[in-house]
Design a protein around this ligand. Sequence first.
Ligand code: ADP
Ligand code: MG
Length: 377
Amino acid sequence: MSLLRVRGLTKEFGDLVAVDDVDFDVADGEFVSILGPSGSGKSTVLRMVAGFEEPTEGEIALDDVEIVGSPPFERDVNMVFQDLALFPHLTVAENIGYGLKQSGVPADERRERTERMLEMVRLEGYGDRTPTELSGGEQQRVALARALVNEPALVLFDEPLSSLDRKLRQHMQSELQRIQVETETTFLYVTHDQEVALAVSDRLVVLDDGEIQQVGTVEELYEEPASRFVADFIGDVNAVEGRVTAVDDGTIGLDVDGGEVSIPRDAAVEDLAVDDAVDVCIRPFQVRVEPTDVDDSAGDALVAGEFSTTGVVRSRSYQGSDSQYGIETDRWGRLSAEVRSAAFDVDDRVTVAWDAADVHVYRRDGEEPADDRDGGS
Ligand code: ADP
Ligand code: MG
């Protein structure tokens, strides 16, 4: 059973539809992230779950009980804010124990539970300091301890790590995961940073313009993105523009940059018709680069599920154990390939190949009839 169930959640601010008919579930013990660009409605979703914002429409159930309309303090939910919102004039221990004091927990028990939380977030001995005497990372830990101390069913995070430098952020990510597992708490985490979301989450909810684009595991979103937006947002992708010239049982004919190609019909994520404008998407790590002795364009070949074409290496860079090549292909425009081999040089003529099954084709954004959605800013 899901711990959090969100159905038809909508929030309008005047003419702006900030959150548009959003459905998702979070299972007990799960770590789910809402990922989307700035302004996509992430914070608004979180604030409605916390109770700081009333939905215009929709349902939010926690543990099967409808919570829309009930005040924030009656919800079994705590939130860690982007700016942390620690009380500067209280000590670390007082910050953490604040909620327990408010709900009348006796001093002895308060001290004991606060102590246990300080241990959990690895801040033993810091209880008497004030927040200003702590580093950014330590302040994060205090905010987390304060959110966990009264053992809520669900903890909400609104981009709390965005102010940290990369190394500390990565460290705090693994700390969050450890603490989530140890406390057996359910986390709903909001971020615009795909690196954070991919690193920490069991599942992702991808939001754009207030609407859900896709819900799934990291692998599902990476391997089977439901749209060009998701493909672009989760990792790198080569996107080649084309137009459909033919559709038959097994294949789709496309007119791309340099000519006619044909791809397996399975590659199309949605039904396509002749004349549709499309994006053909392939991940750089799925593109193989091979030596070729053919001087002129050998044309394209689709043999036993493998597609190949020819091109010239225009750029290369080393990234740890991988090399990233920019290849000007004869028909597919410029493609980026991420391969193990460092054997190719700029100006080398190469064969570029990929499994036809790794290609995804999407109808192009903006080529559909304009809808009436208010895009906001
Ligand atoms: P995100 O957290 O993904 O950056 P938000 O949920 O903060 O996005 O905002 C979504 C949209 O709603 C934005 O266009 C934002 O300007 C708008 N918005 C958010 N809160 C309010 C508000 N209180 N009044 C009017 N517009 C708002
Ligand atoms: Mg926000």
